[in-house]
Design a protein around this ligand. Structure first.
Ligand code: NOJ
Length: 736
């Protein structure tokens, strides 16, 4: 019954779309393939003329709902065919209510929460008339210099796939037709995060096998989860810019994955094809992009200017255009825009409502990673403290805690850490605030002496350090990823004052903390935590909840180690802790030998400062009794892998239990570890739980030498634990 009606719907959709296309002239078809920027525009006569001529398929960057409705009205009522518009907007980590930046959300390892966050973002954005967002960003990010690591889910394809799919579901809801559902866009297809030297927009060179086994995985997951659209990357991938890359857009996306949604370029990225040196002129760029499979051009106007001429000259088949238009119309139909193109804001929940703030607070709480807690300094007890010094440029900066690319975020909703701490401890505890620096980049140390002297009078010093929002995000890359400005010096000055230092770092990327980590007694890494960041930080500082975040990305000791990620290959000369030589231990006039040498740096070794998956808790989780239900598994079978996890601490807490495997031999070399599962459990003190993962042999597949998916017989190692350095190990073999 259900199948019959689904089929009928497809048929009706196809009939409707085909009949509409049959009525369209070439200019109207091309109009559907054009997205224009209307930021800050009133409804000018020129815009009206374009809309009523059917020259526009979508607008971007207008969120004044009355204006959006008016723009939509002109398209629907004054154009010949009355085709409604897609209203696009970057809703990356919240709309008015801002959630932690995506890398922070990834640190929660909580699919439900990521989905819930996208849902509240969709509801808020839909209230402004938005029906299409450009998220999730699914680029694997292994270079913390890259500013857009902030928008990513980190370095691991499995985690990014899980969370990306959850975000798509949150935006799109049960049905795109539902009030409050908006279309998602998986971006930036593909490989964008591998930009050379972490410089945004720079070239990417990724071998096909690495592309398939790593970079494409989250996109495949998003397409499988039903993502309505895909955006091309700005990048030049192996010599062919992604916006003209038929291998990616036709072969992989459409032929191999059967993607039926539509592809949009990135901003001006069709125009950029000429700048890349791929085409001689804009007409050539329009041709390359359309032929490669870009259905809609964002911002630049090469489609508007040249597609008709290219068809008339016989260089581009009109069927390419018809297919693109069909895909775009299908989404408009799926969103219910033909029946109901207008937005009734009152029919959707208010901005910053209780539920939205609660989701933002819980996500922020679960995104924070505790990286150090010497002498169990944390949690603080508000009952025994008399005074707290709150120091630093990010303690009371409502806008800076929101993070990158939040055009609509309302910093008036922000609760800052200073505000939340004051509220939490009440009037009994003296809270003294010293900003000490004008911005996180400030190099002026004039105030430091006096701040150290005054802060030193308090029982404890709480420092709020890191990066302002503007230091990460698109085109905001850094070559030096230490704490900026004079922050390290401020830490040293305060440490010298003799009081315990608790640092809370707000930042858009992993930072190198080697130069301050020994001066800091306890460290919470809070990313940019969003609207409710202050409350969430205070929840953890005072032990109302235990920290539970785990790093979705490795933290290097030194920027020179980048890229550093846990799921690297072994190499022929893998390093080990007992076989590294330090630069200071080399004799004068030492002769060179390669014997016994391995893959490490003389000055920094080979380990990160904090590994992927790592994060401390106020509880003490102990892992034991790792076992597989069989030693040998046959193709098509499922292996049950379990371990006991006990909370031997004294407070209730959440732990993310992680499953890693290693495929020891492959027809292409395999990573030293791969995340294959994770489960969040909450344990009371003294409680033990057996956590079981079902690993199907399909989960062992990879792309082999011929770029085909393969599952090979052989030996596998298995680890379960609380980070990618989990030590509890067993193994199994896969037999044919
Ligand atoms: C460029 C960015 O790369 C992309 O992610 C974003 O969606 C568009 N600009 C639109 O703002």
């Amino acid at each position: 019954m259900e199948n019959t009606s689904a089929l009928q719907l497809v048929r009706e959709t196809d009939d409707f779309v085909a009949s509409l296309i049959a009525q369209m002239d070439l200019a109207e078809k091309i109009g559907q393939m054009c997205q224009i920027d209307v930021a800050g525009e009133a409804l000018s006569e020129e815009l009206k003329a374009r809309l009523s001529a059917g020259e526009v398929g979508s607008i971007i960057n207008q969120v004044d709902v009355e204006l959006v409705n008016e723009i939509q009205r002109v398209a629907v009522e004054e154009s010949r065919l009355g085709i409604p518009l897609l209203i696009g907007r970057d809703v990356i980590h919240g709309f008015k209510t801002v959630l932690p930046i995506p890398i922070g959300q990834a640190a929660s390892w909580n699919r439900d929460l990521v989905e819930a966050g996208a849902r509240i973002s969709a509801l808020e954005a839909a209230r402004a008339g938005v029906n299409w967002t450009f998220a999730p960003m699914l680029d694997i990010a292994r270079d913390p210099r890259w500013g857009r690591v902030a928008e990513s889910f980190g370095e691991d394809p499995f985690l990014a796939s899980m969370l990306g799919a959850a975000m798509v579901s949150g935006f799109q809801g049960q049905s795109l037709r539902d009030n409050g559902s908006i279309a998602a866009c998986a971006k930036h297809f593909a490989g964008y995060g591998a930009a050379e030297s972490g410089r945004d927009y720079a070239t990417t060179n990724i071998p096909e096998n690495e592309l398939r086994n790593v970079y494409l995985q989250p996109f495949h997951a998003a397409v499988t989860a039903g993502a309505a659209t895909v955006m091309t990357s700005f990048g030049d991938l192996n010599g062919i810019p992604c916006t003209a890359n038929g291998f990616l857009l036709r072969q992989i996306l459409r032929e191999e994955w059967g993607f039926s949604g539509f592809v949009v370029s990135d901003w001006d990225s069709v125009f950029h094809l000429k700048v890349h040196g791929l085409t001689a002129d804009d007409a050539g760029s329009a041709l390359e992009a359309a032929q490669a499979g870009v259905d809609m051009e964002m911002a630049s106007t090469t489609y508007k200017q040249y597609l008709a001429q290219l068809v008339e000259q016989g260089k581009l088949s009109e069927s390419v255009i018809d297919q693109a238009v069909a895909r775009i119309l299908r989404l408009k139909l799926a969103l219910g825009l033909f029946e109901n193109p207008y937005t009734e804001p009152e029919a959707l929940p208010a901005y910053g409502n209780r539920q939205a703030l609660d989701v933002a607070r819980q996500t922020a709480r679960e995104s924070i990673v505790m990286l150090k807690n010497a002498e169990t300094l944390l949690p603080l007890s508000a009952n025994t403290l008399r005074s707290i010094a709150v120091v630093g440029p990010l303690a009371d900066a409502p806008y800076e805690q929101l993070g990158t690319w939040i055009f609509d975020g309302d910093s008036a909703l922000s609760v800052t850490p200073l505000e939340a701490i004051r509220r939490r401890v009440g009037p009994e505890v003296e809270v003294n605030f010293f900003q000490a620096m004008a911005t996180s980049r400030d190099r002026n140390t004039d105030a430091f002496e006096a701040v150290a002297e005054a802060a030193g009078q308090s029982d404890v010093v709480l420092m709020f350090l890191g990066e302002e929002s503007i230091l990460s995000g698109e085109a905001h890359c850094r070559a030096d990823i230490n704490l900026p400005g004079a922050q390290a010096e401020l830490v040293r000055k305060l440490k010298a004052a003799g009081k315990p230092i608790i640092a809370v770092i707000l930042a858009g990327r992993p930072l190198t903390l080697t130069n301050v980590i020994d001066e800091i007694d306890a460290l919470l890494f809070a990313w940019h935590p969003g609207t409710m960041g202050g409350e969430a930080i205070s929840d953890l500082l005072f032990g109302d909840f235990s920290p539970s975040g785990k790093l979705p990305v490795s933290f290097p000791r030194h920027v020179g180690q980048v890229p550093i990620y846990y799921n690297h290959k072994n190499s022929g000369k893998p390093p080990s802790d007992d076989a590294i030589v330090h630069i200071d231990d080399i004799d004068a006039n030492a002769t060179q030998t390669s014997l016994g040498m391995t893959a490490f740096h003389l000055d920094e070794g080979f380990r990160p400062l904090f590994p992927f998956g790592f994060g401390l808790s106020y509880a003490d989780f102990v892992y034991a009794n790792l076992s597989c239900d069989k030693q040998q598994v046959r193709l098509g079978e499922t292996l049950r892998i379990s371990a006991e996890v006990s909370n031997q601490g004294s407070c209730k807490a959440i732990e993310t239990v992680q499953l890693y495997i290693r495929d020891l031999v492959g027809n292409v070399t395999r990573p030293v570890r791969e995340l294959k599962g994770f489960r969040r459990i909450e344990l009371e003190p003294g409680q033990t739980e057996t956590v079981t993962f079902d690993l199907h042999t399909d989960d062992l597949a990879f792309f082999g030498r011929d770029q085909q998916r393969v599952i090979e017989a052989g030996e596998f190692r298995v680890w379960i634990g609380g980070s990618s350095e989990a030590e509890l190990e067993t193994g199994f073999s896969l037999i044919d």
